[in-house]
Design a protein around this ligand. Structure first.
Ligand SMILES: Cc1ncc(COP(=O)(O)O)c(C=O)c1O
Length: 348
């Protein structure tokens, strides 16, 4: 007997994450991880937590982590939610706000998980193309969707829009505005003030990128207590492990460590951006820890992606019409970026 999935699940493709090769030896510049280790306080906190409390369930409210996040970013505890990565928070938002046939509006191309989550709910994605300069499209201000989502800085473009534009958007949208700030620590500006001031804005952060903790799965959401209360109703009861709570709290207690790494990455990013034209690629301006770059000869970037992979350098290639001429390159260490540039020189 074959089992029948809900029609929307049967029709949809699952989310396709970037490759995580099981063997070592790759220069891994494909999933926007941080090349530097997390604060030593994280390791100490994990070891202490693992010592004798793992037989007990974690705090369902992740209170120590949320308290530290509230203090760090200037919020009340009631304005903070924690998740198993910001992907978990995005899933909670979809569950709480998107019903069958409801629309989620976002400028595209962007993080493709948004579409997967909407489809799981039986809703539809209203994707409004970014103009070539990746400013917010005018039509986004006129769309009437229950949820509007903007990744800022955006992936895969790496570009950012000014806070004033997000503030205007928050005034216009008829429902929730989600500002996904996975890469905000590599940018100049952020929208946390909107989460404090507006009742219809939630700002999401992750510890996967700037805090070097992708493997731990720690995300944070900041919003009006009414939004947080609603999200708490739909979350898994123990959505964060004891190790995740302890690691997150320790990482936030050492902001200096994160900021020094973010600064190193910004410096390497500018060096990469300056060098890309000499190896045949035109970079988009980046405010994140990765750079989108378009082949200057107008051809598909697929063969370059494949050749790099043969040389054990992984970058991200998207086969969609708008992005097929581009590679998305995570900013690694200076040595990794030198290896990438040397390989690109050899491939042309
Ligand atoms: C825009 C954006 N949001 C969210 C995430 C997910 O982050 P996390 O590791 O916290 O689930 C990513 C990861 O690549 C991302 O690019």
């Amino acid at each position: 007997m074959t089992v029948a999935f809900r029609p929307n699940i049967a029709r949809m493709q699952g989310y396709q994450p970037g490759e995580q090769p099981q063997e070592g030896g790759f220069v891994k510049l494909n999933t926007n991880e941080n090349p530097y280790p997390p604060s030593p306080r994280v390791r100490r906190a994990i070891l202490a937590e693992a010592k004798d409390s793992l037989r007990l369930y974690p705090d369902p409210d992740a209170t120590p982590l949320r308290r530290r996040a509230a203090l760090t970013y200037g919020f009340d505890l009631s304005q903070v939610v924690a998740g198993n990565g910001s992907d978990d928070l995005l899933a909670m938002i979809a569950r709480a706000f998107i019903g069958e046939k409801d629309a989620l509006c976002c400028p595209v191309p962007t993080y493709t998980l948004y579409e997967t989550l909407v489809r799981i709910q039986g809703g539809k994605l209203l994707g409004i193309p970014y103009p070539d300069d990746y400013s917010l499209p005018n039509a986004l201000f006129r769309a009437r969707a229950g949820v509007t989502m903007v990744a800022n800085p955006n992936s895969p473009s790496g570009t950012a829009v000014p806070l004033e534009d997000l503030s205007r958007l928050a005034d216009r949208v008829p429902g929730l505005l989600v500002v996904d700030e996975a890469y905000a620590d590599f940018a100049e500006d952020n929208a946390l003030s909107l989460a404090r001031e507006r009742e219809n804005v939630i700002v999401l952060r992750t510890l996967s990128k700037s805090f070097s903790l992708a493997g731990m799965r720690i995300g944070l959401g900041f919003a009006h207590p009414r939004i947080i209360e609603g999200l708490n109703k739909v979350k898994d009861s123990y959505n964060m492990s004891r190790l995740g709570i302890a690691a997150g709290e320790a990482a936030l207690s050492d902001l200096g460590w994160m900021e020094r790494n973010a600064e190193r990455i910004r410096k390497t990013r500018e060096r990469l951006i300056a060098a890309l034209p000499s190896v045949g690629f035109a970079p988009y301006p980046s405010r994140s820890n990765f750079v989108l770059a378009r082949r200057k000869n107008g051809k598909s970037a697929r063969p370059v992606y494949q050749e790099l992979k043969e040389r054990r350098i992984l970058v991200r290639f998207f086969g969609t019409p708008r992005l097929s001429g581009c590679l998305r390159i995570t900013v690694g260490t200076d040595g990794e970026i030198d290896a990438l540039l040397a390989a690109l020189r050899g491939i042309r």
